[in-house]
Design a protein around this ligand. Structure first.
Ligand SMILES: Nc1nc2c(ncn2[C@@H]2O[C@H](COP(=O)(O)O[C@H]3[C@@H](O)[C@H](n4cnc5c(=O)[nH]c(N)nc54)O[C@@H]3COP(=O)(O)O)[C@@H](O)[C@H]2O)c(=O)[nH]1
Length: 703
């Protein structure tokens, strides 16, 4: 996740997903509610419209009622007229007449007056009829005249009555037909309004639902799936759900962007947890999976085996064949280890030549043994690197969960300690962790801290091992070899403390002390006339790579007045071949001072001859392992022969180390070795002993 934006908190993420889910739920619910509300409002509105129409209808009906009332009054007027004309009692026909006049003036009758002149003239007609009838009964009027007046009145009434009746009938018909028409019109109007409203509501509701479904399908659903997807991605789930199918260009762009994000995140996570060279888990991947494996083992009462695998002498091979070949070799080993294990087991590479294998679900410690054997067998199978074929070995330390530790770092530390025990007893094999191993580790730690005091307390000494001329008669050089006598009198071998000093960096001050002490001793010998002797000093890799080395040498040579050629610096073959280009440059700087240079332990470090010929050196020191078996092993004898020939063809001197027997000496002398070193001639000696030896040698030569 390195270059990635800082991740939002899990809380933010959860809140956002929850809000999306709420959105997905509430959008349709809310929209449906709104639609239902809309329909209800429309229905209520329709109802109100109907009520309004009814009220309008009511007003129409009122008008019609008034018209009907007018018709009724007209009918009553006709009846009163009939009564007026037929009534004999003057008081009664007069009352009927007055009532007729009042009725004729009534607004309902007046409303009809506009439509009929007969109706309009009713009041006057009644007044005329009342005047005529009053005259009829007047004593001044003759019976014949009264009779004529009566007939005239009755004719008048019959004519008026017919006209009024016609008006009443017509009005009644008009009212009924108007009512029917108004009712029909209102009903039609209401029906149309209702139909339009309902139609509109249905269209709105359906299109609203369609819109919601569309939004849900096109946007909300893909967003929810995308959110789940990204959540799984953030959690680092092993398998991710499928990316949602985008149904629109915009969503497609969003989904594509999420896909690209996921791919780059997975690539980053893979790179963070895996070793780029072999594709195996790296340290972080191992720790994460080991935690999971321990949790599983804890729950199911099982054991785990954590195996620390270190390839033996890989560094030498890497330095000698080059880093590309070393990489090829590591890839081959990784593939082989993968093939040895079940899918549930794990193999990781911590870096360099260190692998860790985790075996799951063990019932007993012994269940791990067949697998370790398979790993060792896979390591030892022949490997081809270009023209070369070689076989490797590995040292494997095993720690068990929960027996040897219940957390990652303890298990790894204990597996590492067990692996060091395999290395210490000669490499190639396996070892289960044992609590007693802590003592050895503690000892190593104590050495580390004591080294600091040792220098301060002057506990180091130098011994000097003579190097003899080819005929074995003359000491031509000595090799300075450090010794450590602790305050309690015990001796610590340089083979034990030099590697520790190299690891903790103390080799630099110790190395400087060795150089100073060796040159001081040489100065003392030279002051006593022993001027032809050369002093060889071992350099460690840290000293060789120290940029201050040439200046230090210059200073010390000047301080002890030593000619540079009287000092020889030995660097091991594996040291020289690790980054040979750099070594060539450094050796040239040293050579520029005038000192001699030699390659130590030659034959063990897979030298590249192409580089060897470019090293500005004087001597090769054939490793003592070839000399040791020179008599018994013809291959070693052949190597010695070939090395001498090669050294001479490169114009280099050859020093044979570890000469212990007369036969070895004879063989090497006959081969033409230039110098010889070993117990056969001399063990490493004190400075005083060497001085005595050199003085007696000088005396012999002088004599
Ligand atoms: N960087 C430094 N390394 C140093 C220094 N002093 C010693 N060393 C390295 O420590 C290793 C062990 O050295 P030592 O125990 O002193 O052993 C040396 C000889 O005693 C041993 N040797 C010599 N002749 C014989 C023999 O005939 N048989 C036999 N079995 N052993 C013999 O070999 C060691 C010298 O080896 P080399 O250096 O390769 O010439 C060793 O690797 C030392 O290099 C120091 O000051 N600095």
């Amino acid at each position: 996740m390195s270059a990635v934006q800082p991740a939002k908190s899990a809380g933010d993420d959860a809140a956002r997903r929850l809000s999306l889910r709420k959105l997905a739920f509430w959008v349709p619910v809310w929209s449906t509610l709104m639609l239902v509300l809309g329909v209800v409002v429309v229905v209520l509105m329709s109802d109100s419209v109907i009520r309004l129409a009814e009220s309008v209808g009511g007003r129409t009906a009122t008008r019609q009622m008034e018209a009907l009332r007018a018709v009724g009054n007209l009918e009553r007027l006709i009846a009163l007229g009939d009564h007026f004309n037929s009534e004999r009692d003057p008081a009664r026909w007069r009352e009927a007449g007055l009532t007729m006049q009042a009725l004729a003036a009534h607004p309902s009758i007046a409303s009809l007056a506009g439509r009929s002149s007969v109706v309009a003239e009713t009041f006057d007609t009644v007044a005329v009829m009342m005047a005529w009838r009053s005259r009829e009964v007047s004593p001044e009027v003759l019976p014949a005249e009264a009779e004529a007046l009566q007939r005239q009145r009755e004719v008048m009434w019959q004519s008026r009555r017919a006209a009024l009746k016609e008006v009443a009938d017509k009005e009644a018909v008009r009212v009924v037909s108007e009512h029917t028409r108004a009712a029909d019109e209102i009903a039609d109007g209401m029906r149309s309004v209702l139909m339009v409203t309902l139609g509109g509501a249905i269209i709105v509701a359906v299109s609203g639902m369609l819109l919601i479904l569309l939004v849900r399908r096109q946007v909300v659903a893909p967003l929810v799936s995308l959110s789940d997807y990204l959540h799984q991605l953030r959690k680092g789930a092993q398998t991710l759900p499928a990316l949602p199918r985008a149904r629109s260009v915009e969503m497609g762009a969003v989904v594509d962007a999420a896909g690209v994000l996921a791919a780059s995140q997975q690539a980053l996570e893979h790179a963070a947890l895996h070793d780029t060279l072999t594709g195996l888990s790296n340290r972080y991947g191992l720790e994460a999976r080991l935690e999971q494996a321990m949790a599983y083992a804890r729950r199911h009462g099982k054991r785990l085996a954590v195996m620390f695998v270190d390839l033996d002498r890989f560094k030498t091979i890497n330095d000698s064949f080059g880093h590309n070949s070393g990489d090829d070799l590591l890839r081959i080993i990784a593939d082989r280890y993968r093939a040895c294990l079940r899918d549930t087991d794990l193999v990781a590479r911590l870096g360099g030549d260190e692998f860790v294998v985790v075996m799951n679900e063990l019932d007993n410690a012994s269940d791990a043994i067949p697998v370790v054997r398979k790993l060792l067998e896979a390591t030892g199978r022949e490997m081809n690197l270009g023209q070369m074929s070689l076989r490797l070995t590995a040292s494997v330390g095993i720690a068990l969960f929960p027996d040897n530790g219940e957390d990652v770092s303890t298990l790894m530390k204990h597996a590492d300690i067990a692996m060091y025990h395999v290395k210490a007893r000669g490499r190639s094999g396996f070892q289960f962790f044992d609590a007693a191993m802590h003592a050895a580790v503690a000892e190593r730690l104590s050495v580390e801290t004591s080294l600091i005091d040792a220098l301060r307390r002057n506990e180091f000494q130098l011994h000097y091992q003579p190097q003899m001329s080819a005929d074995g008669t003359r000491v031509v050089a000595v090799e300075a070899l450090i010794r450590w006598r602790r305050a309690d009198g015990s001796m610590v071998s340089p083979a034990d403390f030099i590697p520790v000093a190299e690891e903790c960096g103390m080799i630099l001050p110790i190395g400087e002390w060795v150089l100073r002490q060796a040159l001081k001793t040489l100065h003392g010998w030279r002051c006593k006339g022993l001027r032809d002797i050369r002093m060889a000093v071992n350099l460690s890799v840290l000293q060789l790579r120290d940029v201050g080395l040439p200046a230090l040498l210059k200073r010390l040579l000047a301080e002890f007045d030593i000619p540079p050629e009287a000092l020889e610096l030995e660097v091991t073959e594996s040291m020289a071949m690790s980054d040979p280009e750099k070594t060539i440059a450094i050796l040239h700087d040293l050579r520029a001072l005038g000192v001699s240079l030699s390659i130590d332990d030659f034959g063990t470090g897979y030298s590249s001859l192409a580089y060897l010929k470019l090293f500005p050196i004087d001597r090769l020191k054939l490793d003592r392992t070839f000399v040791r078996d020179i008599e018994a092993d013809s291959a070693d004898a052949d190597i010695c022969t070939a090395t001498v020939v090669m050294a001479h063809s490169l114009k280099l001197q050859l020093v044979a180390e570890g000469v212990e027997t007369c036969a070895q000496f004879d063989f090497l002398r006959k081969l033409g070795c230039d110098l010889l070193q070993g117990y056969y001639f001399h063990r490493p000696l004190s400075a005083a002993a060497v001085e005595t030896l050199l003085l007696s040698q000088q005396a012999q030569i002088a004599a």
